[in-house]
Design a protein around this ligand. Structure first.
Ligand code: NDP
Length: 241
């Protein structure tokens, strides 16, 4: 079998209605997976782009929302992509913005992984791909809860790989650089900031959602079976600078 194929695998992607999550769902469908596009709103556009697949409502307003998702059917691949960001100076940052980001980006991610693992560990096989960030490695500015959550995603990815690798699970993360999505629309609309970012990217371009989609396919496929606990930066060389 082609080690890069996802034929015969079922994949669940969170936050699949738009941006990076949508690109991951489409790339996995193109690689042959049966994809469940999960979102807090409808994923009709993603299903249209995939030319099929299924969708599921999953809103991490309740961080435990996925507790029962994996007991009903065999799901082989979990992609934790849903995420939010809140911006304010650290000195002014509110508890509400701290909790909202930590709940969605970290608590929901961990308990979704836990629910997946409880179903996958007895089978001895499963792939988790978490979406981290450059701010899993760097401090950033005006995004304290986002930085804390994404550092947490990197740490938890390593912990879960440590605990579950011997039982056949792979837990890895992708740390995207600057990617053209809704998340970065305001940044790209600001000519000075946009130019400063572009000047610092060795590849000389912003990332596209598809760049992350293809990497997620690799980390979900047999080709990456010996990769575990990795946090792979896909950033056009940003961190190499
Ligand atoms: P988008 O804002 O386009 O997508 C974020 C996704 O998360 C949306 O589908 C959104 O749903 C979903 N989401 C947010 N809150 C919840 C919730 N409570 N329950 C369920 N789903 C939720 O941004 P991106 O595609 O850029 O971001 C995807 C991931 O990539 C995030 O984890 C982000 O941190 C990460 N990332 C992005 C980078 C970039 O440059 N774009 C760089 C590094 C990391 P809805 O549409 O309903 O809001």
């Amino acid at each position: 079998m082609n080690p890069f194929s996802l034929e015969g695998r079922t994949a669940l992607v969170t936050g699949a209605n738009t941006g990076i999550g949508q690109a991951i769902a489409v790339a996995m469908a193109q690689a042959g997976a049966d994809v469940i596009a999960a979102g807090r709103r409808d994923c009709d556009e993603t299903l249209a782009l995939m030319g099929g697949g299924r969708q599921m409502r999953l809103d991490f307003g309740d961080p435990m929302a996925a507790r029962d998702v994996f007991s009903g059917e065999r799901i082989d691949i979990l992609v934790n992509n849903a995420g939010i960001i809140r911006r304010a100076d650290a000195v002014d940052f509110s508890e509400a913005d701290w909790d909202a980001v930590m709940d969605t980006n970290l608590k929901a991610l961990f308990f979704t992984c836990q629910a997946f693992a409880r179903a996958a560990l007895p089978r001895g096989r499963g792939k988790i791909v978490n979406i981290a960030s450059l701010l899993s490695f760097q401090g950033g500015i005006r995004v304290p809860s986002y930085t804390a959550s994404k550092h947490g995603v990197a740490g938890l990815t390593r912990l879960m790989a440590n605990e579950w690798a011997a039982s056949g699970l792979n837990v890895n993360a992708i740390a995207p650089g600057y990617i053209e999505t809704n998340n970065t629309t305001a940044l790209r609309a600001d000519p000075d900031r946009s130019r400063a970012i572009l000047d610092r990217i060795p590849a000389g371009r912003w990332g596209r959602p598809e760049d992350i989609g293809q990497t997620a396919v690799f980390l979900a496929a047999a080709a990456s079976d010996y990769i575990n606990g990795a946090v792979l930066n896909v950033d056009g060389g940003w961190l190499a600078r």
